[in-house]
Design a binder for this molecule. Structure first.
Ligand SMILES: Nc1ncnc2c1ncn2[C@@H]1O[C@H](COP(=O)(O)OP(=O)(O)OP(=O)(O)O)[C@@H](O)[C@H]1O
Length: 683
């Protein structure tokens, strides 16, 4: 459901009948509309400044954003009537950077002004996920700095009282100043040219350094051995044979020790095939189901090469020249990849560094100048750092695109193209390019050719774009007005088991999280309108079980590897089937089992009926008769997997060009481009 639908829902007069009883009770007074309050759960919740947070919460629901930093379990609605509640929520959307106004990019800050030119200086201030780029490639959807809305909620949160309408308004991340020049890079003393924007000062806490934490891992599940039965197809010429054991990879002792300490005893299929291919120096596009070990599949052979080449720890230098660059679409994912790189490079000379948006640029630079062999980065921050000449590309031997289909779609594709055409970047003939994902639509595969040597190898583990079979999928027909009730019912049955609830928009993520807390279900949320500090806190609280429910937009759909996520609930279905596959892949990882329940609203989701039937049947799941009926009634000859068409990529598309497609190509696919709703949900 789109933003507009959601707003329509909450302002429809008849919707008062959908206001949960508790809300009606709580909104029984309060004509001034100060309807939402929050009781600090603990002293730690006061860290950000008690007055700021409480003030924010009192006036804050109007914003519909960033509600509750560390779970909403102790949030309370207080005072005010229900009409006040709805009105305020709506008002907030009107007054402060709602998704639609953001998309319009009204006001002064256009972001990415000046184009690329080695230094998209504004991208510092963009969300790493970059979906706003799709909304207008070089235009930001961010609201004007000069405060189109009253900005009260955010301003009050900052507690600084320095001007109105600052972007996001947290004093830790935003310093609204006297004019455009106040938006300066701390590292550089100012961004170039006419850049305006908030100053990001968040410095993420360093990860624990002790060996136990570095090698902490969860157990493989009962179905881990079943991975061996999945069919694997390698296409392309002269593929090296797969290996069956880690020993066959002939890695150095330190790497083998690290693999053992990580608890890896057996290769997953994607590792069996990818490791020898990468060791042989070949370019690779690999597609394997969610949670099946793609990260180690590229990290281990890259590290093995680096060790073989005798890479020495790079020393403090103003310009670092990493041998490997890994890019991924979200901050949390790139951080996770970095932690894996740090784990496998433990005790070696190789130094991995992570940089991502939403954190202080100076901090990123400080990390880099201390030495950098493997640079893990989100695209925006990477281009910033390159523009600031802190990173030279001449030594790049390995370029890895994780979630490659996402990295090449309309959201990031242009940025990736800029990266490969940056001065100094070795040509594709001179570097090794590796692409990994669980989904690879055909049209994206075609685009990938630009990045890969023509003789790249394609590894498909199972069906490209197929769902993980360890996830038990259930599709329920639920109309939008019944979703909340159904969600609560399911969550009550689930109890304390960790559950990710996906919704389609950022505002809705806050709204549902708050709603669940009112229902006494301990919940937190993650989405692109939350400050990075909050995002990391939310993820931390979810990981440790403090908040067993995480409400998320698609920003959390890909790559995140969180132990013990037993359930995924699609409160809203995504607009593409590939996104569905990634979302449900947050459970059922590494041979563990999981459950996914999706609310199918015939009003808005019919275009997914066909691809869902396909994904369910391919994963040997029960297909509801009603879903088949809808799929049949909406049947499109020549099939389109989403509203925007395309065919589910089941193979290396080069085979299709050659007319030698031997695999089943019937199926569905996502679109190359995220639609505006996806877009809204990401950043
Ligand atoms: N050979 C192995 N033995 C044991 N555990 C493994 C092995 N390979 C990977 N794992 C673990 O499996 C989990 C999932 O791995 P990873 O995150 O790399 O999956 P992925 O295929 O990249 O998933 P996604 O498609 O969701 O990004 C991680 O916790 C990882 O440490």
């Amino acid at each position: 459901m789109g933003d507009e639908d959601w707003e329509a829902e909450i302002i429809k007069p008849h919707m008062s009948s959908y206001v949960p009883v508790f809300e009606k009770e709580r909104y029984s007074s309060g004509a001034n509309g100060d309807t939402f309050n929050r009781t600090p759960a603990s002293s730690s919740e006061m860290d950000d400044g008690p007055s700021g947070r409480d003030h924010f919460m009192r006036s804050g629901f109007a914003s519909g954003r960033s509600l509750g930093n560390r779970g909403f379990s102790n949030n309370k609605f207080e005072e005010g009537d229900s009409s006040g509640f709805w009105r305020r929520y709506q008002d907030g959307n009107d007054s402060e950077a709602s998704g639609s106004s953001r998309r319009g990019g009204r006001g002064g800050f256009q972001g990415r002004r000046g184009g690329f030119g080695l230094g998209s200086s504004n991208s510092e201030y963009e969300q790493d996920e970059g979906m706003q780029r799709a909304g207008g490639l070089f235009g930001s959807r961010r609201p004007t700095l000069s405060g189109a809305g009253n900005g009260d909620t955010y301003q009050s949160r900052s507690g600084s009282g320095s001007g109105r309408g600052g972007y996001k308004g947290l004093n830790e991340e935003v310093i609204t100043g006297s004019g455009k020049n106040s938006w300066k890079s701390e590292a550089e003393g100012g961004e170039s040219g006419d850049t305006q924007g908030p100053k990001v000062t968040y410095i993420p806490p360093p990860p624990p350094e002790d060996e136990d934490s570095i090698f902490a891992h969860y157990q493989t599940g009962i179905n881990f051995d079943k991975y061996d039965t999945i069919l694997v197809e390698v296409s392309g010429h002269d593929a090296p044979p797969a290996i069956l054991t880690f020993e066959e990879a002939n890695l150095c002792q330190t790497l083998n020790n690290n693999i053992a300490k990580a608890g890896y005893t057996k290769l997953t299929p994607v590792q069996k095939y990818s490791i020898p291919i990468i060791l042989a120096g070949r370019d690779l596009m690999a597609c394997a189901q969610t949670g099946s070990g793609k990260t180690a599949a590229f990290l281990l052979p890259i590290l093995a090469h680096m060790m073989r080449d005798g890479i020495t720890a790079s020393r403090f230098k103003d310009l670092q020249e990493p041998e490997c660059i890994i890019v991924a679409p979200t901050r949390e994912l790139i951080n996770q990849i970095y932690l894996e790189a740090r784990k496998f490079s433990f005790g070696t000379c190789v130094r991995a560094v992570v940089i991502y948006g939403g954190t202080q640029l100076g901090h990123s630079i400080r990390q880099i100048v201390q030495g950098c062999n493997i640079l893990c980065a989100t695209p925006g921050r990477l281009m910033d750092i390159i523009g600031k000449e802190k990173i030279g590309l001449r030594q790049v031997k390995y370029l890895v695109l994780d979630e490659a289909d996402r990295m090449l779609d309309m959201g990031f594709g242009p940025e990736m193209r800029k990266l490969i055409s940056c001065p100094g970047m070795p040509s594709k003939e001179q570097r090794q390019t590796l692409m990994f994902s669980a989904t690879f639509p055909e049209e994206i595969q075609k685009l990938a050719g630009e990045f890969l040597k023509s003789d790249y190898l394609f590894v498909a583990v199972g069906q490209v774009g197929g769902a993980c079979r360890d996830v038990q999928q259930t599709i329920l027909q639920v109309g939008q007005y019944s979703k909340r009730e159904k969600l609560v019912e399911i969550l009550r049955n689930i109890g304390d088991e960790r559950t990710m609830v996906f919704v389609e928009t950022k505002k809705k993520a806050d709204f549902i999280a708050t709603f669940l807390c009112q229902e006494k279900i301990s919940t937190t949320s993650i989405h692109g309108d939350r400050e990075q500090r909050e995002r990391e806190q939310a993820l931390g609280d979810f990981r440790c079980g403090k908040c067993p429910v995480l409400v998320a937009t698609s920003v959390a759909a890909r790559g995140l590897d969180i132990e013990n996520v037993q359930h995924v609930i699609n409160f809203d279905l995504p607009s593409t089937i590939d996104e569905y596959v990634h979302r449900i892949g947050r459970t059922g990882r590494c041979g563990n089992t999981g459950r996914a329940i999706s609310f199918f609203d015939p009003e808005s989701d019919n275009h997914l009926a066909q691809p869902l039937v396909k994904v369910l049947s391919d994963a040997q799941q029960d297909v509801p008769a009603w879903l088949e009926e809808i799929a049949f009634s909406t049947y499109v000859p020549g099939f389109s997997g989403s509203a925007r068409g395309n065919v589910f990529a089941s193979v290396d598309t080069r085979k299709n060009y050659q007319g030698k497609n031997t695999l089943n190509t019937a199926g569905f696919s996502s679109s190359q481009a995220p639609n505006p709703v996806d877009d809204e949900s990401w950043d």
